[in-house]
Design a protein around this ligand. Structure first.
Ligand SMILES: Nc1ncnc2c1ncn2[C@@H]1O[C@H](COP(=O)(O)OP(=O)(O)O)[C@@H](O)[C@H]1O
Ligand SMILES: [Mg+2]
Length: 378
């Protein structure tokens, strides 16, 4: 997928702003606080329904304004020249959205249409944080490549909510039985899909990590389904946990407790990882996921890499750029200045102005005109 234009209104510090990135690798430069990350955040918002920097009402809407607006025009890379236009107006609680001229009833419709993979300064939590971002990672991939997954996921979430509500009310075993059955019936295929997806992800991740970050010695991924699946079906695990669940008032086993870990040859576990190693691992996982999307969907998601230059050393940046240059992916990178690893590569450089407008320039040389890739000079 390729973003042709992204426009924002009342977004962070911008009253108005727009950017038309090129294909291939784009570098968005500008001073601290000028709004580089805001552009990636706007794309992320359309694609996930949320920001990676907190809630919409916590500063995403420009101060003193009622709502923000994001508009994105993008094209598919599947060869049929399909184009899309998506818009979102978000007031913190309420939102309205449109996709290709039609009103959108669920934000998920917009999220399904535009696929963005984001790597940002907080991305290390995918590896070193709690299990929720790792479940979200899994489910994001399945949402985009397995059409049957989302209905299962919705059914499971609804049943879980009902069961937890009953547990809190101290409901009888009899009342719980129907929901246990529903959870087991949906939770098994949901877990089978996750298992299969993660195994495919492992096949992508291991060679990719060996190329991008050989020092990590990533040897695989380990899936934890959320109950002792080797020993019993989910139905039995739920029954076994029922007494404890009634005391605690929530469901303690099941796919909502699933997790996965990265296995390293040289390191013993994530507790010994440095922040930099966690970041590199996270990026390798995100790129493996993007590569899987590309294989399954026939086109790459848009790759947003916020502050790449300050997040990774130049050797790793170089390896990552080597990899990205060889793909069809549109890549949007932000930086305060052109990082040394970008010098001598075909990159389209853009500059954020104070009024939010993004202009081409900032060090390109070569054939290309405005917004076209040139080789960055030293
Ligand atoms: N987490 C945040 N919450 C609220 N405002 C923020 C946050 N992060 C940045 N901002 C504000 O958004 C504006 C644009 O910042 P940002 O997009 O982060 O710029 P850049 O990436 O160029 O440094 C700034 O005025 C900044 O104060
Ligand atoms: Mg930034």
């Amino acid at each position: 997928m390729q973003v042709q234009r992204v426009a924002v209104g009342q977004f962070r510090r911008f009253e108005q702003g727009q950017w038309s990135p090129a294909s291939g690798i784009n570098l968005l430069v500008g001073d601290n606080g000028i709004g580089k990350t805001s552009y990636l955040e706007a794309l992320h918002l359309i694609s996930y329904g949320r920001s990676f920097r907190g809630r919409v009402r916590d500063g995403l809407i420009r101060q003193g304004q009622a709502a923000l607006e994001v508009f994105v025009h993008w094209s598919e890379q599947t060869g049929q020249g399909i184009e899309h236009r998506g818009g979102l107006r978000h007031a913190g609680q309420d939102w309205t959205a449109r996709l290709d001229g039609e009103d959108v009833a669920q934000l998920g419709q917009l999220c399904a249409a535009l696929a963005v993979v984001t790597f940002e300064p907080g991305s290390h939590i995918l590896i070193s944080g709690g299990s929720e971002p790792r479940r979200r990672f899994l489910d994001w991939g399945l949402f985009h490549v397995e059409p049957g997954f989302t209905p299962l996921w919705r059914r499971y979430s609804r049943a879980l909510k009902q069961r937890n509500a009953l547990l809190k009310q101290g409901a009888s075993r009899h009342a719980l039985a129907a929901w246990d059955q529903e959870l087991a019936q949906v939770g098994e295929p949901l877990t089978a899909a996750r298992t299969q997806y993660l195994s495919r992800m492992q096949d992508k991740l291991v060679p990719l990590a060996a190329t991008l970050a050989p020092g990590l010695e990533v040897r695989g991924l380990d899936f934890h389904p959320g109950w002792r699946r080797q020993e019993m079906p989910l139905a039995d695990a739920l029954l076994l946990a029922q007494e404890r669940d009634r005391q605690q008032g929530f469901t303690s086993v099941g796919p909502h407790r699933a997790d996965w870990t990265v296995l390293y040859s040289a390191l013993s576990g994530r507790e010994v990882l440095s922040r930099g190693q966690a970041k590199l691992t996270a990026l390798a996982c995100l790129l493996a996921q993007a590569a899987d999307f590309a294989q399954e969907r026939g086109q790459w998601p848009v790759l947003c890499l916020d502050d790449l230059g300050s997040e990774l050393d130049r050797h790793h940046q170089g390896r990552i750029l080597d990899f990205l240059q060889a793909t069809q992916a549109q890549v949007l990178v932000t930086a305060t200045e052109v990082p040394p690893a970008f010098v001598g590569r075909p990159v389209s450089v853009f500059h954020v102005e104070h009024d939010g407008e993004v202009l081409p320039g900032g060090g390109t040389t070569g054939e290309g005109g405005a917004g076209h890739a040139g080789i960055i000079g030293a």
